[in-house]
Design a protein around this ligand. Structure first.
Ligand code: ADP
Length: 630
């Protein structure tokens, strides 16, 4: 065969451009891609060798070798796997997003063979990630089988590739990367070592590299080249629980968590059935020390693997944010990772894995609370904020999370905690609500006048001193059909006269109220007459169970805007206020003439309570409109 030059198809060129420039956030993962391809290739030939021994008998010392050549700026990754012939190279390497692995698996399905190799990845584009660091890539490969001819493929990743005969004698594939000037660090032993440790440590086959080491006595030192294995090849999570010692779990926990302490609880299980994955989760004993101050906590501390190859660290799709304290790994074999491993955003399988993991974690904690209460109390002291965050955000599992929440109460000594189930058990049958009171500290709460009548009746009130408590409870309407009620909040008491007057005003201003509601629209729940204002024209009021303006501001300040706990409030209008009277007058003459005033009423109510106006420039414009009329 003379050298043939072939063009990539247009859409392939575009796709390649995307891969090289934007697909991967960390260039070093090309090592992971190539190593996992090599591992796949070994799995394939090993599998074929089961029925056709001649394919593997001359060489079954499975190995992936990395060679860095600093003089020539090349990095070579070679394997003694299945290799490729010309057709396979054109089909697999010359065609992006056409996964040979997938086709191979398809074939195996029909064979109904239980001895299927553990194949890594069905990604289709992984190989091309090497063009992130290389300006030329050579693939020198020989397929398993007596009559197969070796072939050399070469490309600069720009639009075409060449193919020619090769004199490679041994089975397998050798991929040589001509490293770009700016990525020369990938020729460094320690960079390679770290990347393998980080991404491919648990690959089953040895990943080896020749390293230079000095040997001998002081005056007789020799530099020798030694082959070293870079990966530990141990996937602790894939072993059965009985095979792993406490020390091994602990060592692995420390390795992934950078925690010096022991794990508080270990959850290690394999999900089988419609969903197959293995999870090894650790609940730490202590919150991580924020020694340097202000390092933001990651949204997750779980690593996602597909058949032992790390796809993503701190994968925030595996557990909800409130469970970010949990460390560990999830290894799945049925994740369809099509284009990118880092774009698993809305993946249905990941969602299912997540809901399975959450249930497991919650049931473990509930068991701990029931069976090892002291241990649970220690855990609660460290992580109660996370659970309370879960109470407010995890609607699906609210019942279970509620079981884990504890508070002080008028019935407990300072510092002692009680659960909601306990509260319910002790309360008289005819008690309608779960009462609570929020305050700065226990001492202040204990002497609060609001408690007097409750103490008198022997009615227990939950006492909350953590700012997060109110926030968490706001979004929980009830526990076991009993509503929560803050004892210093609630409907305004009205005298008979006040009530009558309000009714009268309501009838009189009915059309105006409706118009204001129509103008402001969905931002508010309703517009009604108030009896609680004297000097102001309007105010926003939350429902009994609604979130207070203060709470909403806290939420917004932590960036939870637009989350389901943002509640609509009611605009209350003071009918005796001069401006309301004036607006009413205008309204009587021109039903459409009060639009700006209605919006101003709403905006100034927001300003008065310290909230932000949605559209400040529109607000300013309206004010100026009014001033201009003077
Ligand atoms: P994927 O591995 O997801 O299929 P890649 O782009 O990484 O996608 O590789 C494309 C195909 O090229 C693989 O499916 C495989 O058939 C072939 N291939 C890649 N590397 C090797 C290798 N080292 N040995 C044999 N075949 C390989």
């Amino acid at each position: 065969m003379t050298t043939e030059t072939m063009e990539f198809k247009t859409e392939q060129k575009q796709l390649m451009d995307i891969i090289i420039h934007s697909l991967y956030s960390h260039p070093e993962i090309f090592i992971r891609e190539l190593v996992s391809n090599a591992c796949d290739a070994i799995d394939k030939v090993r599998f074929e060798g089961l029925t056709n021994e001649s394919l593997v008998k001359d060489d079954s010392d499975w190995k992936i070798k990395i060679t860095a050549d600093k003089e020539n700026n090349t990095l070579t990754i070679s394997d003694n796997g299945i290799g490729m012939n010309k057709d396979a190279v054109i089909e697999n390497i010359g065609t992006i997003a056409r996964s040979g692995t997938k086709a191979f698996l398809e074939q195996l399905k029909n064979k109904e063979d239980t001895n299927q190799p553990d194949l890594i990845g069905q990604f289709g584009v992984g190989f091309y990630s090497c063009f992130m660091v290389a300006d030329k890539v050579t693939v020198n490969t020989k397929m398993a089988g007596e009559n197969e001819k070796a072939v050399r493929w070469e490309s600069e990743g720009k639009g075409s590739y060449t193919l020619e005969d090769s004199d490679k004698q041994t089975r397998g594939t050798e991929i040589t990367l001509h490293i770009k000037e700016e990525h020369k660090n990938f020729l460094d032993e320690w960079v390679i070592r770290n990347a393998i440790k980080k991404y491919s440590d648990y690959i089953e086959h040895p990943v080896v590299m020749d390293v230079e080491r000095e040997e001998g006595e002081e005056d007789d030192k020799k530099t020798v080249i030694k082959e070293e294995t870079l990966n530990s090849q141990k996937a602790i999570w894939l072993r059965s629980k009985s095979e792993v010692t406490k020390e091994q779990y602990s060592e692995y926990y420390k390795h992934i968590s950078h925690d010096f302490g022991e794990p508080g609880e270990i959850i290690h299980y394999k999900a089988e059935g419609t969903l197959e994955f293995t999870a090894l989760l650790f609940i730490p004993e202590k919150k991580p020390l924020d020694m340097f101050g202000g390092t933001p906590e990651p949204k997750s501390s779980l690593n996602l693997y597909v058949n032992r190859v790390q796809i993503m660290d701190d994968c925030d799709k595996l557990l909800p944010t409130y469970m970010r304290f949990i460390k560990g790994v999830v290894d799945s074999s049925d994740l369809p990772l099509n284009v990118s491993r880092e774009m698993l955003q809305e993946n249905a399988i990941l969602n299912k894995i997540q809901s399975n993991l959450v249930k497991k974690v919650l049931s473990t904690l509930i068991k701990m609370k029931d069976k090892e209460n002291e241990k649970f109390l220690k855990f609660y002291e460290e992580f109660n904020h996370n659970l309370k965050e879960g109470l407010a955000t995890d609607f699906t599992n609210r019942d279970k999370v509620s079981e884990l929440i504890l508070f002080e109460s008028t019935n407990t000594k300072p510092g002692e905690l009680t659960g909601l189930a306990d509260y319910l058990e002790r309360m008289p049958e005819d008690q309608e609500y779960i009462y609570f009171l929020v305050g700065d500290n226990r001492e202040v709460l204990d002497s609060s006048p609001y408690l007097e009548v409750f103490k008198d009746k022997g009615c227990v009130v939950l006492l909350m001193t953590d700012p997060i408590d109110e926030w968490a409870l706001q979004s929980v309407p009830e526990y076991k059909e009993k509503k929560f009620k803050s004892i210093d909040k609630g409907e305004m008491e009205q005298t008979k006269e006040e009530k009558e007057k309000a009714e009268e005003k309501k009838t009189e201003l009915k059309d105006l109220l409706a118009k204001i509601k129509e103008v402001i629209g969905d931002d508010i729940k309703d517009v009604r007459i108030t009896t609680r204002l004297k000097d102001s024209a309007a105010v926003l009021v939350s429902d009994d169970n609604g979130m207070s303006a203060n709470m909403e501001r806290i939420m917004k300040s932590v960036g939870k805007q637009g989350m389901p706990f943002e509640t609509k409030r009611t605009l209350e209008i003071n009918p005796d206020h001069d401006s309301i009277r004036a607006i009413q007058k205008i309204f009587e003459n021109n039903k459409d003439g009060i639009e700006d005033y209605a919006l101003l009423l709403y905006d100034q109510a927001l300003v008065a309570e310290g909230s932000q106006i949605k559209n400040p420039s529109a607000f300013a414009k309206r004010i100026n409109g009014l001033l201009a009329k003077l």
